[in-house]
Design a protein around this ligand. Structure first.
Ligand code: ZN
Length: 202
């Protein structure tokens, strides 16, 4: 798969302004067979999300997998738009009212979508976070949700800790795991970045 098949439709952000806190997540489209969307922002983003998809020539019913890296409101808001899709929300996999018992993310099983794309458990931010790994000719891209908050948190643990961590130990462990394998990371609340060499295992 080419890196161009992965479209970051919206860069996530998080910021304090006049004492109030604002955040929305990175939203990613993977133009592959099947077509996949990752993290659908808040419920108020319906129109802008559909417009962005249409600009890519994609319609809601073309999406066959909706993946929410975890269940927080800014990552699941528009899931309901994608009614032809299997929905993976953290460790929960469903379609309509049918829930699937496989894979067992709790036992470190993976959901393989195709030869280039799989979903793996990376708990920490919540205890049921998942990361989407995409193999491209330019390297491995990890769409991590809030396992990584933004590029700045590589140098400053406070950035991801302050964003909330249900298990600091697990999050640290899974951040390490992803840094070791990924060439690029799409964090939950910042732009995609290349993993600097100094953060890789040597
Ligand atoms: Zn978030």
């Amino acid at each position: 798969m080419n890196k161009e098949n992965i479209k970051v439709l919206f860069n996530g952000y998080s910021k304090f302004e006049n004492g109030n806190y604002f955040a929305n997540c990175s939203c990613v489209l993977i133009k592959t067979t099947p077509c996949i969307i990752i993290d659908t922002m808040t419920s108020w983003d319906e129109e802008k999300l559909l417009n962005a998809l249409n600009e890519e020539g994609v319609y809601a019913n073309d999406i066959k997998f909706v993946i929410s890296t975890h269940g927080h409101s800014d990552h699941i808001g528009c899931n309901h738009l994608f009614k032809s899709a299997t929905h993976i929300v953290g460790y929960s996999v469903s379609h309509r009212d049918e829930y699937f018992t496989e894979p067992d993310f709790r036992n470190n099983e993976e959901y393989v979508i195709n030869e280039h794309v799989k979903v793996v458990p990376t708990p920490g931010h919540t205890l049921q976070d998942v990361t989407v790994l995409v193999e491209t000719v330019d390297g491995l891209i990890a769409v991590t949700g809030d396992l990584f908050e933004k590029y700045e948190d590589l140098d400053d643990d406070c950035v991801w800790l302050n964003a909330g961590s249900d298990s600091e130990t697990l999050q640290r462990e899974n951040r390490r795991k992803i840094l070791d394998i990924a060439d690029y990371i799409v964090p939950g609340h910042g732009a995609m970045f290349k993993v600097p060499e100094k953060f890789k295992k040597n």
